[in-house]
Design a protein around this ligand. Structure first.
Ligand code: CO8
Length: 375
């Protein structure tokens, strides 16, 4: 058996930021426009008027202040209300490949490695831009990696499930190393016209290089253990699959074809599931809450993370012990916990233990226990 370690991470941050103020201004203009267009139906009591969104609500309910997106012009145009992403030629890299390659190059550079050192690419994300050929294979080709590549999707838990798959293959000896990449274009499957969720998501890509520990050239994190679990729920759902054309109603823009969730239920049901999952994982590995130096949690909601942090540590987390990045990036699905890890792990010292945990649609939850090695 070989010991796997995370030797490098990288984050691609899109060039466009949308503040809550910009978002709310655009949404409210859209709502006013819809209400004016439907004034007669509203006056006749046949339709409810759309209500305004508010910056105060967004920060209070979620902790989110900004989000990065691949295109903001369409999102902020009340006549469009979705990103405008040009159709690419089949001979040029897809948008997910472009984002993932940037993150992957950063991860390789941090580890002091090149494409020749990588045996496999796993593209793990909550939505793939097409079914085939696998986006992972396009990323593999763009980076010049030999070996094999495949896609996987476990929504917000895609990165941790991908890390488990890579770590298991390294342990077993079928590969020496793998890049797990998480290009998330959440802006394209978010319903920006729905005030209940229009503030939740942003775009980003992350990459994690996992190698045999003896191949590490610098500081790294040994993967001591991984644990994944799923339990079916319809409370977070997207029905925009390839069967759309075959449906008798023939509609191309039904609400359920974008991100749908019952946020309150998700909150209530996922919190105990995640807290118990982490507690069980730590107990199975003999890790007590006093051993744990850092928690890198899925970045969906600040209150949710505060609750889980307190439950896992058995006390209020000290500043920096459970870093949040959602105020800047919003929910970036599978990439969130990896951004938190990538941006808040350098200061750990030899032997420190930390835990990455992601959770979301499925339901799904994945946790990874890590030990820091500084050389
Ligand atoms: N502005 C002002 N008021 C608002 C707004 C708004 N924008 N939105 C809602 N309100 C109102 C509501 O109408 C409601 O009013 P009333 O009390 O009169 O009915 C009131 O505010 C409270 O609304 P909610 O009950 O909905 O508010 P919550 O406090 O529950 O907060 C949250 C909503 C933030 C969504 C919260 O429930 C939450 O974070 N839940 C957990 C969500 C979660 O973790 N989901 C995971 C999804 S991520 C995932 O799995 C990946 C999926 C794949 C990626 C998809 C990419 C697009």
């Amino acid at each position: 058996m070989f010991r796997p370690a995370i030797t490098g991470t990288g984050v691609f941050t899109p060039p466009n930021v949308i503040t809550n103020a910009e978002l709310v201004t655009a949404f409210n203009a859209y709502a006013d426009r819809m209400n004016a267009e439907n004034a007669k139906a509203i006056a006749a009591g046949e339709m409810e008027p759309m209500q305004h969104s508010s910056e105060e609500f967004i920060v209070k309910a979620s902790g989110i202040e900004n989000r990065y997106v691949m295109d903001k012009t369409g999102v902020l145009d009340p006549a469009v209300m979705h990103p405008l992403l040009r159709q690419r030629d089949d001979d040029e890299p897809g948008i997910m490949t472009e984002m993932a390659v940037d993150a992957a190059k950063k991860a390789l550079a941090q580890a002091g490695k090149t494409a020749a050192d990588v045996d496999a690419v796993i593209c793990a994300a909550s939505n793939l831009e097409r079914a085939y050929p696998a986006v992972a294979i396009e990323i593999q080709q763009a980076l010049g990696i030999e070996g094999f590549a495949f896609d996987m999707n476990v929504a917000c838990s895609s990165a941790t499930f991908g890390i488990q798959a890579a770590a298991d293959m390294i342990r077993a000896g079928s590969i020496r190393s793998a890049l797990v990449v998480n290009p998330e274009i959440c802006s394209a499957h978010l319903e920006w016209r729905d005030r209940d969720c229009h503030f939740i998501f942003g775009d980003v890509a992350t990459a994690t290089l996992i190698e045999r520990i003896e191949d590490a050239k610098g500081p790294h994190f040994e993967i001591l253990s991984t644990r994944c679990a799923t339990q079916f729920s319809n409370n977070i759902r997207n029905n925009n699959g390839f069967l759309r054309r075959s449906r008798p109603d023939g509609m191309a823009d039904r609400r359920d074809m974008q991100f749908m969730q019952n946020g309150r239920k998700v909150f209530k049901e996922v919190l105990p599931m995640v807290s118990q999952h982490i507690a069980d994982h730590m107990a199975a590995e003999g890790v007590s809450n006093t051993d744990l130096k850092r928690l890198w949690l899925h970045q969906a909601n600040k209150t949710m993370n505060d609750f889980i942090g307190k439950k896992v540590l058995g006390r209020e987390p000290e500043p920096g012990e459970q870093p949040n990045i959602l105020q800047d990036y919003a929910n970036t699905s599978s990439a969130g916990s990896i951004i938190a890890f990538s941006q808040n792990s350098d200061d750990l010292v030899e032997g420190d233990l930390g835990l990455i945990c992601s959770f979301g649609a499925g339901y799904s939850v994945g946790s990874v226990i890590l030990r820091r090695h500084t050389s």
